[in-house]
Design a protein around this ligand. Structure first.
Ligand SMILES: O=C(O)CCC(=O)C(=O)O
Length: 256
């Protein structure tokens, strides 16, 4: 008798049948939130891989450090190279396995140039440290998939005023729990800025102030309206538009 292969890694996960089932309400098009996208064991392994990466992999900024896989962009171009296996599996397969809606055969990356992410940025945020409001820029197809590890924090979404300056307060907040996936696409990606406040505690958390409250795994964890920050690591998966097979010509692999 033919044996069926069963993906045991999915046992503790509740993946949606369609992304439209996990669309964050009340936001411009579009953001999606899956609270249990990876298992605790997968989270543990990923954090271990990140921690054991060779030291030169880390780029130390003033308050935060980051890793870039498979490499930094050069003039907005990526040198063609695969993602390491631990970043590819299970995240990319799982991303590709969720259809947008019952009317569509497409997944979120079906229309991106390489049909899947080819680049991952890993950011580590100690308590009290965030990232300034920014847009991700034109080097990428307008989709970012963020896997959160270790702890929760709020991503702030900002509007631009008519004169092009930033509103002082964020318009929306998205609370990202450990092991969750946040997908940001379309106008929300291109027309708005996102950032993370430099605070020790996210406050005033409630159904009325957190856009994805109804999609959280454990809203009861934030019943007091507070989230004390702990070290949180994010993996942002993107498809870089320009990929070069000509690393040699760019002089990147020349011996000096
Ligand atoms: O860590 C996050 O959730 C956001 C990261 C971010 O804004 C970026 O990589 O551009």
């Amino acid at each position: 008798m033919a044996s069926r292969s069963v993906d045991r890694s999915l046992d503790s996960l509740v993946l949606p049948d369609f992304l439209e089932h996990v669309r964050i309400p009340g936001l411009p098009p579009a953001a999606y939130y899956i609270s249990d996208f990876i298992t605790s064991e997968e989270e543990r392994v990923m954090l271990e891989k990140i921690a054991s990466a060779p030291k030169p992999r880390w780029k130390q900024l003033t308050h935060r450090r980051l890793q870039t896989w498979p490499s930094d962009l050069v003039n907005d171009k990526l040198i063609d190279a695969p993602l390491p296996a631990w970043l590819d599996e299970p995240v990319v397969r799982r991303l590709k396995s969720i259809r947008l809606s019952p009317d569509s055969e497409s997944d979120v990356f079906s229309n991106s140039p390489h049909r899947k992410p080819n680049h991952v940025l890993i950011n580590e945020y100690p308590p009290g440290i965030g990232i300034m409001p920014h847009k991700d820029g034109a080097a990428y197809h307008p989709i970012v998939c963020t896997v959160s590890l270790g702890a929760s924090l709020c991503l702030d979404i900002y509007k631009l005023k008519e004169d092009g300056t930033l509103e002082t307060k964020p318009e929306w907040r998205i609370l990202q729990e450990p092991r969750s996936l946040l997908i940001t696409t379309s106008a929300l990606y291109t027309d708005f800025l996102h950032g993370i406040a430099d605070i020790m505690e996210d406050v005033e958390l409630a159904e009325s102030t957190v856009a994805n409250w109804s999609l959280l795994r454990s809203p009861s964890d934030f019943a007091e309206g507070r989230n004390t920050r702990k070290t949180r690591t994010s993996l942002t998966y993107r498809d870089v538009l320009a990929v070069s097979k000509l690393g040699g010509k760019l002089g990147l692999f020349k011996k000096r």
